[in-house]
Design a protein around this ligand. Structure first.
Ligand code: 5GP
Length: 194
């Protein structure tokens, strides 16, 4: 019997990873998104334990030291984000397929360490990324600039991942993501992963 795949959705900030995952959950049953831990501050409307586990720096460090993270990174402005092993186990124990939404370095770690992980890079062109980040208006102008600079480098790394979905048309990109996920779930049932 082969393991259920773990899906990793990655790509630059503003590419629309969150929106595409929301669409994926509406289209494909039996999927759950792991909730990451972060030290960044809560945005208006975000709920502790829904979008993220919002942790203090000390609490995050305690969990790093305790080996609780599968991976963690320090992202723009030194904020830390990490995938809790307990989230992946909880989702698997519930008999569901786990989806992780991660920046690139974390996605590469999971790709290297989790057998059966399937990475999907979400791409959008730079002016579009910039427009989305400005419309979202959740970061300061300085931080938007920092995220855009990082995005330019990240877009050149798309080839490191198993799939790439271009998010220039939301309907189409959501359908493509759902098709990849359904196909890989079906494949995992019939063949072992390289
Ligand atoms: P945001 O601050 O916009 O919520 O997230 C910033 C970036 O961190 C996004 O690219 C998001 O995918 C990524 N991210 C969220 N959680 C994690 C995590 O647990 N690990 C890693 N490596 N990246 C994460």
């Amino acid at each position: 019997m082969s393991a259920r795949p773990v899906f990793v959705v990655t790509g630059p900030s503003g590419a629309g990873k969150g929106t595409l995952i929301k669409g994926l959950l509406e289209r494909v049953a039996g999927i759950e998104v792991a909730i990451s831990a972060t030290t960044r501050s809560q945005r208006p409307g975000e709920v502790h334990g829904r979008e993220y586990w919002f942790l203090s720096d000390d609490e995050f460090t305690r969990r790093v030291d305790g080996g609780e993270f599968l991976e963690w990174v320090s992202y723009v402005s030194g904020r830390r984000y990490g995938t809790l092993r307990s989230e992946i186990e909880r989702i698997a124990d519930d008999g569901k397929v786990c989806v992780l939404e991660l920046e690139l370095d974390g996605a590469l770690v999971v790709q290297g360490e989790v057998p059966g992980s399937v990475t999907i890079f979400i791409a959008a062109d730079v002016p579009e990324l910039e427009r989305r980040l400005r419309d979202r208006a959740t970061e300061s102008t300085g931080e938007i600039g920092e995220r855009i600079e990082l995005a330019r480098t990240q877009l050149e790394q798309a080839h490191l991942f198993r799939y790439m979905v271009r998010n220039d048309d939301l309907e189409r990109a959501t359908a493509a993501l759902a098709a990849i996920v359904e196909c890989e779930i079906a494949l995992a049932g019939t063949m072992s992963r390289p």
